[in-house]
Design a protein around this ligand. Sequence first.
Ligand code: 13P
Ligand code: SF4
Length: 410
Amino acid sequence: MGFSVSTASGIATAAKSPRGKTMLVEGKVVAAEAKRLQRKAKPATGKTATEAEKQREKDGQTAEATTAEAERPHAKAELAEDEVVAEAKRLYDKVKHLGWSMEDCFVYAPLTLEINKLKKEKDAIILAHSYQTPDIIYGIADFVGDSYGLSKQACSAKQKTIVFCGVRFMAETAKILNPEKTVLLPSTEAGCSLSESITAEDVREMREKHPHAGIVTYVNTNADVKAESDACCTSTNAMKVVEGMPQKEIIFLPDELMAKNVAKLTRKKIIGWRGRCIVHEDFDAEKIKAIRSMHPGVKILVHTECTPEVVDASDLAGGTENMISYIKSSDAKQFMLVTECGLGDRMRVEFPEKEIVGTCNLCPYMKKNNLKNILSVLKEPRKEQIVELPEEIIEKAQKALNKMFELTQK
Ligand code: 13P
Ligand code: SF4
């Protein structure tokens, strides 16, 4: 007997709980082996479809997967029972650290199998940011990382298609670095409050106002904004890029809080903008102090998109990759990750002996990608899911990105 899988109807409608665990509310798992293993697994969450939909909306998950893509006819994939069992076990081995049950994994397994087969057939690589959900990270991603690592990976990808499980500015960066490749973004709603805060015209005006300043632009910007800049930077290398620029005055765009954090560490004059990350601006220093008193010895790792007060209350401030390296090399047992929830889940899976404490915030944009829209984009991308950029923008933005690589690889 085979597994009959239709992504349009039979597979899970998933909802994110506040602490980031995906709960299953509908599924189609038919094999006897699946049932046997399910009986051994924890009971299902018992959420109704309506409750889950409400939760989904609350957590900012897209309607895309349940509307546009779901309404399109999908071919049924026949999967062998033992393949599905093996895949569910493979997934469970990772996500059991997050409290997912074997039953959860049986619902995801047919989808991850189908995506993994299709990506080979289509000569595609799947790149995923650490803020993506565990089913994406452990089910289908070929490479998981931060903005910098993903852009490096995009440069060295051999495949002719890149499926970018992240937000639009990341997929655009992959396209700028690989104009000859097809770059696909599963959700057209995966934006970013920082990239939306500034236009190319704003950058031109800043340059006119401060003609002697160098312009360093955080990668969390649209391609045309990058094209107006002298160099790009990511959260892991912002200081290095600023210090490496020849000018004494730097226009640092668009993150107001990161600009303030950089300004505290450099002698250069930093001119900022008014952009903010809606996920990181929300953390406050008082809560961090409370966590410290509740967990003596805890290490507090903070993203540099947070306020300077939050950064001051930390043991480390940096990008997501800096946080991972810190955890890897630290003897401490408890960590608070002052960032998006996806990173905490990744750390729980990859360092089960360490404890992640405190709260985190969800990025509604990052969570717009899901297995359904990934499968759909691989099968037959809609025009708006294919990243296209004008040639002159690609050329100019490439220079700014290459300047970043030049300054950080020295
Ligand atoms: P990292 O490059 O540190 O992963 O950050 C990306 C991002 O969007 C932070 O909010
Ligand atoms: Fe943008 Fe913040 Fe979401 Fe990162 S976490 S994609 S900076 S809104």
